[in-house]
Design a protein around this ligand. Structure first.
Ligand SMILES: Cc1ncc(COP(=O)(O)O)c(C=O)c1O
Length: 412
């Protein structure tokens, strides 16, 4: 039985998240399937930023560090992100970029395993993870070892200090079993770190329950914090007393305003701060996270799977020739669906011209990948249905072969 638009609308009417779309500002006529790259604008953020800029900064000036409680922003945001990743707010730091968070955690992990000389990275991970691991290996005289994506633990032996993996793959949307891999790598004596950029706010994550050692994640994708929003860093409570991050700036000092000559690290995750935190970006992020108020991770996951299931079903019905690279198995699927195509870039551009926004990712090995992210807070089943109709029309009319799509933009 084929799936109709009426079926899609019926699914929307019974969805527990049907009210959360109103928490976002989305342009008329756009179906936004790129929340796995940059989340949409949450409704209160523009007003919050205007208030912080004009009131707190413009009028309050330096007094706002105390009066507007700018120092408390990091802790308040950590407490909001924590339940989305199965952690306590006290075990998170927020404020660096993901890349800098990766640097800090990788150095700390290597220092916790002084006899072990290897960092294991998965080769199809987001490039920055590999680049940072290479930089850390170079800095500390370690070796970078690539693992088999299908069996990352096989590369972990008695030389390995850290296995660092991305939980949900940025190209395919494939998801690892965090608890099983963590336990298997730890049984071989390694520490395990998870990059949650494509997980936080989209799929259930249980950092504490899975026994992970470190985690990092960005906040500009499914957490909707805005372009370049600060990342979070999580360190297992059991490691915090011994883990030492390398960028020992004054904001990680036990008493920054004592202005002492020598560094004395602050307790807990405050010691993971380095310099002054980005108040404007954190203010936007704090308000953005209100979009999750009253929404459980289970509801998010159920809605996300319902959207990706429908997208996959419609692709199977309408375009069975497409090479889907996202796992069908719910346990292995994140919140995106991707397909490989010789003209993936042109397809994505032709869809964007029709108001259906996804993106393209190169795979090194051609052909590239067209990616579609499904943010359950603001996407409907009707959007999914309409997006597939547009895709069918693009391919039927060969719109993706238009000469203007032969050259790629700087950001794909
Ligand atoms: C898995 C993963 N890690 C890291 C990053 C980016 O790191 P940064 O926030 O430092 O730009 C991305 C960006 O898309 C990503 O997908």
């Amino acid at each position: 039985m084929t799936s109709t638009r009426t079926d899609a609308v019926a699914l929307d009417e019974s969805s527990p998240l049907r009210h959360t779309r109103a928490r976002f500002v989305l342009p008329e006529g756009v179906i936004y399937l790129d929340g796995n790259s940059l989340g949409a604008l949450p409704a209160g953020v523009a007003a919050r930023l205007a208030g912080v800029v004009e009131g707190e900064w413009g009028t309050g000036l330096i007094r706002s560090w105390n009066d507007a409680r700018w120092m408390e922003l990091v802790g308040r945001i950590a407490a909001r992100i924590a339940p989305l990743v199965g952690a306590r707010g006290a075990d998170l730091h927020v404020g660096d970029s993901t890349s800098v968070s990766l640097f800090k955690t990788m150095v700390a992990a290597a220092r916790l395993r002084p006899g072990r000389r290897v960092i294991v990275v998965e080769p199809s991970t987001f490039p920055t993870d590999g680049y940072i691991a290479a930089g850390v290996a170079d800095l500390l005289g370690l070796e970078l070892r690539w693992c088999d994506p299908a069996d990352p633990v096989a590369a972990v032996d008695e030389d390995v200090a850290l296995l660092t993996l991305t939980h949900v793959d940025f190209r395919t949307g494939a998801m690892y079993d965090m608890a099983a891999i963590t336990a298997a790598a730890q049984a071989r004596g390694a520490l395990v770190q998870w990059d949650l950029c494509h997980s936080a706010g989209a799929v259930p994550v249980d950092l504490e329950g899975s026994g992970a050692d470190f985690a990092v994640g960005c906040t500009y994708k499914y957490l909707n914090g805005g372009p370049g929003a600060p990342a979070f860093t999580w360190v297992s409570p059991g490691l915090q007393a011994d883990a030492r991050q390398p960028i020992t700036g004054w904001m990680g000092h036990a008493s920054p305003f004592a202005m002492t000559r020598d560094f004395a690290v602050a307790d807990g995750m405050t010691g993971w701060a380095s310099g002054t935190h980005p108040v404007l970006a954190l203010s936007a992020l704090e308000t953005a996270l209100e979009a999750f108020d009253g929404v459980t991770v289970e509801e998010l996951r159920a809605a996300s799977l319902s959207l990706t299931d429908l997208f996959l079903r419609l692709l199977d019905e309408r375009l069975p020739e497409l090479e889907i690279v996202t796992p069908r198995d719910h346990a292995r699927r994140g919140s995106q669906v991707s397909f490989r195509h010789e003209h993936a870039y042109g397809i994505v551009q032709a869809l964007i011209a029709r108001g259906v926004i996804g993106d393209f990712r190169d795979d090194g090995a051609a052909p590239g990948i067209a990616r579609f992210g499904f943010t359950p807070l603001y996407l409907s089943h009707a959007d999914v249905h309409d997006a597939v109709e547009h895709l069918v029309a693009v391919l039927a009319g060969a719109e993706h072969l238009a000469p203007e799509y032969a050259e790629r933009n700087a950001v794909t």
